[in-house]
Design a protein around this ligand. Structure first.
Ligand code: GLY
Length: 362
């Protein structure tokens, strides 16, 4: 009999799991109370940047490196051209303006070269050639492997592909709990399942609590904005100590992001938006008069140990959350790992670091 899997959470992690599992022959139902993939996945800038985000080698960095390698095939399997989701793999820059940047870049270069990752130092002349819009007082930049994608487009494509592969995608469908009978919906329906995947980002600890599981985690608010700018102002993302800029085809530049721990509060801080915009204009002076066309807030899911949780924590109950600053990057590999866990197959990487703090993996 075809096995039934219910995925709770319709962001990029849940949608990726739904698509991968439906393609693998599972009967998939995805549930989310929101009208569409709106939360962290919609908010994200879409950097695929394991080397820029990790400060040292470790399980998160390795997971990111492996997931970065999955992205081209993931998009190809969706049956679309990379441009359809603005997938670019031209690397990303870490520019140097001061001693702090120089120290950060030097440390990064050391740890990466010790692990065989080739980073290229761009002198100011090289930089002017590759990214002429970057401020002329920049002392150079490290070009690291990586890329970017438009996560909003990816979610739309994943939803279509998962449906096409046979998954039932139900937004506007709040979940009130899960137990041995299945997943309980606010309307009283119970979805019987062989496996349930909790993949609701920052809301996962709350859902886990309904199933009697203590998943220690908290949301981390990020404010972001988009500046109007012509295509080509930057060819690749730029990641500085205090901000990052990501070009988005036809849509200008996405600038992020704050890191604030204030529960589920999503209120705006206009000063934070102005600070981010000022940082972007400092980095790319031609943006001096570029208007802010949109700004928004997202809640990143952070688990206490700072790592994602990708684990079966009870027979029939898998958790895939805590991707924090790297949900978009980690979506393809997470979906594959969830597939392995659900199918009791050997996983392609060591899952021990991604267990739930304080709970055994089953
Ligand atoms: N990965 C960037 C962020 O979470 O802001």
């Amino acid at each position: 009999m075809t096995k039934r899997i219910t995925i709770v959470g319709g962001g990029i992690i849940g949608l990726s799991c739904a698509w991968v599992m439906a393609r693998s022959g599972w009967r998939v139902t995805l549930l989310d109370g929101a009208p569409e993939a709106r939360e962290a996945s919609w908010a994200a800038a879409g950097m695929l940047a394991p080397h820029h985000e990790a400060h040292a080698p470790g399980p998160l960095w390795r997971l990111g490196v492996d997931s970065l390698a999955c992205w081209p095939g993931f998009v190809e399997d969706l049956g679309i051209a990379p441009a359809a989701v603005d997938l670019r793999l031209a690397g990303g820059l870490m520019p140097v303006f001061d001693d702090g940047d120089a120290a950060e870049v030097a440390a990064r270069e050391r740890f990466l070269s010790a692990h065989g990752i080739v980073a290229r130092w761009l002198t100011p002349t090289d930089l002017r050639h590759h990214e002429p819009a970057i401020a002329s007082d920049c002392a150079g930049a490290l070009l690291l492997p990586g890329g970017q994608v438009n996560p909003r487009l990816v979610c739309t494509r994943l939803q279509a592909a998962a449906s096409e592969a046979g998954a039932t995608i139900r937004y506007h469908t709040p979940v009130t709990g899960s137990d041995d009978a299945g997943v309980h919906l606010a309307n009283g329906e119970v979805i019987a399942s062989d496996e349930v995947v909790l993949a609701s980002g920052a809301w996962t600890p709350g859902l886990a609590a309904l199933a009697g599981i203590d998943l220690p985690g908290e949301p981390v608010k990020g404010q972001m904005l988009r500046l109007r700018a012509p295509d080509g102002v930057l060819g690749r993302f730029v990641h500085c100590q205090h901000a990052y800029l990501v070009p988005r085809a036809g849509l200008g530049l996405v600038v992020g992001a704050t890191m604030v721990t204030s529960g589920f509060d999503k209120s705006d801080d206009p000063r934070a938006i102005e600070r981010l915009a000022a940082g972007a204009r400092r980095l790319v002076p031609t943006l001096a008069d570029a208007p802010i066309v949109e700004h928004w807030t997202g809640l990143r899911p952070r688990i206490a140990h700072g790592l994602p949780v990708i684990a079966r924590i009870r027979p029939g109950l898998i958790v895939a959350t805590g991707h924090f600053r790297n949900g978009v990057l980690l979506a393809p590999l997470t979906a594959d790992l969830v597939r392995c866990i659900a199918s009791n197959q050997l996983s392609p990487c060591d899952l021990a670091p991604f267990s739930c703090p304080g709970l055994p993996t089953v």
